[in-house]
Design a protein around this ligand. Structure first.
Ligand code: CA
Ligand code: CA
Length: 166
């Protein structure tokens, strides 16, 4: 798995000194202010602003991207490595949701769900109102379903990662 990262040129970004920054040459050129990573044939943009899932989803779609999806253990590890490199330890929204039909998960990218990495016992009695999925760096990149917005088992606003297919 080829992982390349760099600090973008915007002064004031989090300094990351322990990585060799390759060219993030597949990332859209207009992305200058956020943290970027390149994993495989996708570019990933960490947006550290905390918002509800719907706001995050629209933010990515407006940029011709989508909330990130994970199709393999390698990709999951790649995202974990990227967030770790950016010293981002808080959860991020993924593009996985079961808003339409309880228990039927979909990626907003339209990709099939071929891989999951749930925390043990992620399904709580609130499963029917926990319809959006976070990726948790502190839990080794495991996932949990939480409420898409509002306050349920915590205030559900999170940073997020947009994925740009190349
Ligand atoms: Ca659910
Ligand atoms: Ca849950």
């Amino acid at each position: 798995m080829d992982v390349q990262m760099k600090e973008t040129t915007c002064a004031g970004d989090i300094p990351i000194t322990d990585l060799v920054f390759g060219q993030v040459n597949m990332c859209p050129s207009q992305l200058t202010r956020n943290l970027l990573g390149q994993i495989g044939r996708s570019c990933y943009e960490l947006v550290t602003q905390k918002v509800d899932w719907y706001t995050a989803n629209i933010n990515c779609l407006r940029k011709q991207a989508f909330l990130f999806r994970v199709s393999s253990d390698d990709e999951n590890q790649g995202v974990l490595n990227m967030l770790t490199a950016f010293q981002h330890t808080e959860p991020v929204w993924t593009g996985l949701e079961d808003i339409g039909v309880e228990g039927v998960y979909k990626w907003v990218s339209g990709d099939p769900v071929v891989y999951t990495n749930w925390i043990p016992n992620h399904l709580s009695p609130d499963a029917d109102i926990e319809d959006c999925v976070i990726f948790m760096s502190r839990n080794g990149g495991r996932w949990d379903d939480v409420a898409c917005r509002g306050y349920l088992n915590g205030n559900q606003i999170h940073s997020f990662v947009c994925q740009y297919k190349i």
